[in-house]
Design a protein around this ligand. Structure first.
Ligand SMILES: Cc1ncc(C[n+]2csc(CCOP(=O)(O)OP(=O)(O)O)c2C)c(N)n1
Length: 327
């Protein structure tokens, strides 16, 4: 295969293929989860990020274990990229004893401190002041780790968002704020909730850069994130990246999304980040058909094994409810 050693993104062929693997794995995980919900096997609420995978992969690829992420309810893929085993993640959704929180929460609030994952908060936007706190901790400990803090455009209308960005701007904290602008906050369209076109401009009010990018282009997201991370690590402070995207399913699996048109969905599905990136790799002679088949087969096996692990895992014991408590 004619090989392009490095792209302008300084990624090797193997790294580009790894990015494709993650995009497809995260897509497959959410798709299987959606089926399992309909089969009544999942005990958690499920908020798939189908269509938004390029944001997860572009922001998490290349993070250090010590870097912290503060994910959204839609970002199960970030857990996988940070090192949570697919089987454990699936068991978490089944509320089994082998899941992250051992079957003791509604699945979306579990964090993994040793992998740098802060558990998602129900009050949207309230993960952002926590992200600022983690960034301040890194500053006080004099380490050059960064925090990737995710939020939806809806959450950017909460007070917590503004307090967190203000504090991060004043303190020049090492945070990359990632807005996943999927155009709807549950059923509320973007234009009915804010009178500006880009959430990114909000960063200016707090003294740092904000930029709006194509959130369905994994390399664009990766490139922008890498620049922001470099600045954060070298003490130049936070950046806000607004990734424009669209979620294919409803807000959650029980939402039929009647508030949007089929035409709108079809238009955004035509911007699917995975075929776009696949075509790019083929065009660059990085991806041969056999390699693509190999990646797909590996993903199928991984997901099948994850489901089997979750299904065969034990239920939590009632007495487990009072373990791991602080007081
Ligand atoms: C502070 C707060 N207000 C309202 C809700 C109820 N709620 C849950 S999800 C959601 C929509 C969130 O939209 P957005 O922040 O854009 O994220 P998305 O789900 O689109 O990824 C709302 C309003 C909540 N969880 N927290």
């Amino acid at each position: 295969m004619p090989s392009i050693k490095r792209t302008k993104f300084r990624l090797t062929n193997d790294q580009l293929l790894e990015i494709l693997y993650w995009l497809k794995l995260i897509r497959a995980f959410d798709e299987r989860l959606s089926v399992l919900v309909r089969q009544g096997k999942v005990r958690s609420g499920v908020y798939t990020g189908l269509g938004q995978e390029a944001i997860v992969v572009g922001t998490c690829y290349g993070l250090r274990r010590e870097d912290y992420i503060c994910p959204l309810h839609r970002d199960l893929g970030t857990f996988l990229m940070k090192g949570v085993e697919p089987g454990v993640m699936m068991a978490q959704m089944f509320a089994k004893a082998t899941g992250l929180s051992k079957g003791r929460d509604s699945a979306l609030h579990s964090g993994v401190p040793e992998l740098g994952i802060f558990g998602n908060t129900s009050m949207l936007g309230s993960n952002l002041p926590v992200a600022a706190g983690i960034g301040l901790t890194f500053r006080m400990e004099q380490v050059d780790h960064v925090v990737i803090a995710y939020f939806g455009e809806g959450a950017s209308n909460t007070g917590d968002f503004h307090e967190a960005l203000n504090f991060a701007g004043v303190q020049r904290l090492p945070i990359v704020f990632i807005c996943e602008n999927n155009l709807y906050a549950y059923s509320v369209p973007f234009e009915k909730s804010m009178a500006i076109e880009d959430v990114a401009v909000r960063a200016q009010s707090y003294g740092f850069d904000g930029v709006a990018i194509n959130g369905n282009d994994v390399l664009a997201v990766y490139q922008a994130t890498q620049g922001a991370i470099r600045r954060a690590r070298t003490g130049e402070g936070p950046t806000l990246l607004e990734c424009k995207t669209y979620r294919w399913h409803g807000h959650s699996e029980h939402d039929k999304a009647f508030y949007r048109t089929d035409e709108e969905l079809a238009m955004w599905r035509s911007r699917d980040p995975i075929p776009t990136f696949t075509t790019y790799l083929q065009h660059m002679n990085v991806l041969e058909p056999a390699r693509l088949e190999e990646i797909d087969a590996r993903i199928n096996t991984t997901i099948d094994e994850a489901v089997t692990f979750a299904e065969n895992s034990p239920e939590p014991e009632p007495t487990d409810a009072i373990t791991d408590l602080y007081a």
